[in-house]
Design a protein around this ligand. Sequence first.
Ligand code: NAD
Length: 483
Amino acid sequence: MTFTFNQEHIFIDGSWQMCNSGELIDLINPSTGNLLAKIAKGDAADIDLAVTAARNALNGEWGELSAVERGRIMMKMSEIILKHSEELAIMEANDVGKPLSQARVDANAMARYFEFYAGACDKIHGTSIPFQNGFTVFTLREPHGVTGHIIPWNYPMQILGRSVGAALAMGNATVLKPAEEACLTALALGEIAQKAGLPKGALNIVPGYGSEAGAALSAHKGINHISFTGSKPVGTLVQQAGATHVAPVTLELGGKSPQIIFDDANLNEALPFLANAGVQNAGQTCSAASRILVQKGIYDQVVSGMAEHYNKLKVGQAKDDCNLGPLISLRQKEIVDGYLNLANQDGLELVAQGFYNDDLPQGGAYVLPTLFGNVSPDHKLAQEEIFGPVQVIIAFEDEADAIKIANDTEFGLVAGVWTENGGRQLRMAKKLHAGQVFINNYGAGGGVELPFGGVKSSGHGREKGFEALYGFSTTKTIAIKHG
Ligand code: NAD
């Protein structure tokens, strides 16, 4: 099979149709700057149709399915994704600009999310509660109802997999609003759902601008839960919109995640992770390790090891599968260039940069991966999320100093710690402000099973793993008085 869905359509109630306005948005290939496709410019009227279709699905065939039947359909979706993973990877690579091998990882991860949540559908149980004599009390886990999913452009397949996958597993009916910069694989999910026999209305997909389709989705009174992944400013707006109709909101926002290297660390193990976790997906990763904290005694050794790595980082078109592709857009490049200019103005120590592949197209949004050393922890480059392939190295004295520097940003998403000292591993894990702490690794290879989310300005609520299923459902307590 090759995908045959109409890229210019929206997916509502199990079928493809033109959006209300009939207007289209240009989707640009970030590797070349050329037009890749045109997508629908969904608006409030389309969102309204999608929410109605989802509500009808809950009251119809989708709502009638048992948990095991839901799981079987989701397993079919996973199988179809796996079978077509190469096609999906090429679609994502062209759309997002990510190197093909990284897009392949993402396609497999999307399949894995549907597989994991397919298996979990019938494994979330309520409890029975010992209560007063004459009563029997138990709880049911129930879907929220219609869930809204607003996702960004950096990892469309992975993020919709974890968000829509968990919501469907709990029996919700979903409305997905992908990002206007990259949304082809999100649309492909509609065709995958059709092929797998997902009842109509359980999944609806409306591309469009955030300020139109996104804002309409988060403010829609028919939405019972919103899962938002994106920037802090927009997350704040979505939470405010949800609050007007008291909808629970999960916020998966940005980060400024540290990797902390102590002088007893196994540097052979650590060094490849230090740079890669910062430049993967051209640094456009919420959990990018954008700060490298190094204990003073090994500072020079770590800096030269990282520089050696950086000098080999090649930037090229997604199809050429170099270490890095372009950024998502020229607008994003302008933001990252702004930080690089600031670093230059402030005299930050440039440690190393990667290099460009030959014959890069003029219109691509390319930036070299760049490493700065001896950066003060309070400098803008050490505090703000750059969302580009830029890392800063900060020196620290001891454990207390490392914790202070690591926790001293507004974010708290992920942290990595490299040390052979067991006591220190546990002390650090407990004291770091982060939703995930990795000891002697970073990211655990993606970890579909591992709960993920932030503290502080990185957001609240958890996706991924079993824990997401509690977020996408609610508890009903039933107390029966029988004497
Ligand atoms: P963004 O906030 O600009 O956009 C994200 C989504 O929100 C898009 O679909 C967009 O159309 C929509 N949107 C925009 N304005 C809206 C509005 N007013 N109402 C409702 N929806 C609206 O973010 P971005 O630039 O696309 O993505 C980058 C950000 O996402 C970074 O901060 C990154 O750290 C974060 N992110 C977080 C995670 C995580 O899991 N924590 C994962 C990936 C990305």
